[in-house]
Design a binder for this molecule. Structure first.
Ligand SMILES: Cc1ncc(COP(=O)(O)O)c(C=O)c1O
Length: 420
């Protein structure tokens, strides 16, 4: 086939049907929200205090994930902040962070006056590579915040074993991984705390924005709850607030919708797994050399917030960006990268302007580390390689077999032209 057959060069795209929209909401969410509003018409609160929906959602969420407790907050960022807040860490504590993640997983570390130290990733999987953690641990290291990026679980056995050896807390960031599993357990139930984003782009949502913190540890649960509500003295007889917190409270409306979404969580993850299985089977029917499905850690079952393909630059005459753009031009959602998530290279962290021009918390006398030696931008070579060779593809639960077949055929069409 010649390159004049490619849509990127003006030919007809392989897929002309519009891609299926993700239909997240149905009558059940509408009814749940209306139930709260109807009750409000006769004086019932829509605030969480005195309401029933948030309390019920928390209990149901904990039960679904397999933890003893859960507390709802206003976003995934708030969830990470709250989990860290529950740990009551000293300023200057070091937190081992995921290198490829959303800023919402890192910024709370800085707001807590702690120092992010980045583990490196694998070269073929966006997640933190546990083999890079131990060398980063100092006397000030207090926690690891690992992220199950793309919905692919981290190697939790290795991370938990390092944490046990060094007496560290583990916070699992499950924002992208609702109902992903690692060796039979759902993510969010393995570390000391789990954090979920419930914004509408995630597997499940609570009215467009929201977050949840899960834990098996009752003390951490109460401190998370207190932190997320200005240090209120929940579960104590104290008359006044206990410590500095913030207000991450949520409404009954959000929780009512979240409860319905929670019932869909397992099915959403399963539909995405089925989609990826159908896509990978379809891809295997074609002779494709420039990219292959990328690995998920042994024992892990991804919930596929998105899919990942490993690009083989040596087998291709084009760059990954050019190859991806040509596939996307065929009318399928394939080809993006995740460079935007390589946090240690980003200006917002390297300019160290969390608190004006003071360079706090890195200049804090509480931190014993060396600001000059940090060199965030050059600290994650595998991460740089990973974002340069992992290509993303769109996955959602409303995509079906024909979409999977078209995605694979579009890749094969481009591959035939661009292979070396
Ligand atoms: C891995 C990860 N952590 C945290 C967040 C922050 O969640 P939110 O946008 O709900 O604050 C996101 C959001 O995309 C995320 O992907």
């Amino acid at each position: 086939m010649s390159d004049t057959n490619l849509a990127v060069n003006g030919a007809a795209p392989l897929r002309t049907e519009p891609w299926p929209a993700r239909l997240q909401i149905d009558d059940r969410e509408v009814e749940a929200v209306m139930r709260v509003l109807e009750k409000a018409k006769s004086g019932q609160t829509i605030e969480r205090y005195g309401g029933v929906e948030v309390d019920a959602y928390e209990v149901e969420f904990a039960e679904a994930i397999g933890t003893g407790f859960a507390t709802m907050v206003s976003s995934g960022t708030a969830a990470v902040h709250t989990a860290l807040g529950a740990l009551r860490l000293d300023a200057g504590s070091e937190i081992i962070c995921a290198p490829i993640t959303d800023p919402g997983a890192i910024m709370p570390v800085l707001w807590g006056n702690c120092i992010p130290i980045f583990a490196d990733s694998y070269e073929d999987n966006f997640n933190m590579d546990p083999a890079t953690i131990e060398a980063l641990i100092t006397g000030q290291t207090k926690a690891i915040v690992c992220g199950h990026i793309a919905g692919h679980p981290c190697d939790m056995d290795a991370i938990m074993s390092i944490a046990r050896d060094h007496d560290l807390y583990v916070i699992e960031d499950c924002a992208q991984a609702h109902y992903a599993r690692y060796k039979g357990k759902l993510v969010g139930s393995i570390g000391h705390l789990g954090c979920f984003s419930l914004m509408s782009g995630k597997h499940t949502t609570s009215a467009g924005q929201g977050g949840m913190v899960t834990t098996d540890d009752e003390e951490l649960y109460w401190d998370a709850k207190r932190f997320a509500d200005r240090g209120k003295p929940f579960n104590t007889d104290e008359p006044s607030n206990l410590f500095l917190g913030i207000n991450y409270r949520v409404t009954e409306i959000a929780a009512a919708m979240g409860r319905v979404q929670l019932q869909k969580m397992a099915g959403i993850a399963r539909a995405r797994q089925d989609y990826v299985a159908a896509f990978e089977a379809a891809l295997a029917q074609h002779d494709v050399v420039c990219c292959k499905p990328s690995p998920v850690v042994e024992g892990g079952t991804s919930a596929y917030w998105f899919g990942t393909l490993l690009f083989h630059a040596d087998k291709c005459t084009m760059t990954m960006a050019e190859y991806g753009a040509a596939v996307a031009a065929e009318g399928v959602p394939v080809g993006g990268n995740y460079e935007s998530a390589l946090v240690p290279t980003k200006e917002w962290i390297n300019d160290m302007q969390t608190y004006g021009q003071t360079k706090e918390p890195w200049t804090s006398p509480h931190w014993k580390g060396d600001i000059e030696a940090l060199d965030y931008a050059n600290s994650v070579p595998a991460g740089e390689k990973c974002v340069a060779q992992l290509m993303r593809y769109g996955v959602h639960e409303c995509q079906g077999e024909q979409d999977a077949a078209d995605m694979a055929a579009a890749i094969a069409k481009v591959d035939a032209v661009y292979r070396a």
